[in-house]
Design a protein around this ligand. Sequence first.
Ligand code: ZN
Length: 252
Amino acid sequence: MTDNTDIERAAQMIINASRTVAFTGAGISVESGIPPFRGEDGLWSKYNPEFLDIFYFTHHPKESWKLIKEIFFDFFGQAKPNDAHIALATLEKAGLLQAIITQNIDNLHHEAGSKTIYEFHGNSHKLVCTQCNTSFHLGEISLESLPPYCLKCNNLLKPDFIFFGEAIPEPANSMSFAETEKADLFILIGTMGEVMPASLIPDLAKKAGAKILEINIEPSAYTNKITDLFIQKKATQAMTEIVLELKNKMAL
Ligand code: ZN
């Protein structure tokens, strides 16, 4: 059960903290129409994850790219940031949030206006050359014929998010851990703690002394382990109420 007192407590935690970091996962973007990968209606119940395996991609770029375009560009491309994304951008502008570490690749934190964002799994709105490493914005590259090739060296382009079998990109990886060590408040939003190694970050924050505020529609791997305050609500609802409470407290 979540009541108003919990929203008040959450707002107070944000006011009391000197370095707050939000850690977001698929759950924050579900309300923007982006299905999670995991779970009953997740993407993996419909698609074989093989097409996002780096080995498969290298050997079957056309097949892999057909599904990538269908899912990430034709379908997700329409998604817009929701009130939870916007609330985080509002907190950052007010100096109440220092960074976002996101597991999402959907670019919605950027579109909402947030500035300090560490994309632990990369970003689907950028394409990167598998040979010369040049990166391109989605709009610069035609996806009429697949796979797309580099405008500079004509080698294969890959979306700039991580595939199975790839390492977490830098500098997002080291910056995420550096922010985690410094934070005294961590806000977990829409993340169940199922994806390694990202799932280790909140545990590390707790160990480094941060308080944990968790917003999820159901209890996660963190709830009974490290969470100080659990708000069981949709991300948009909880974040809207918290922003309102911060306004009432004249913190915004
Ligand atoms: Zn190139």
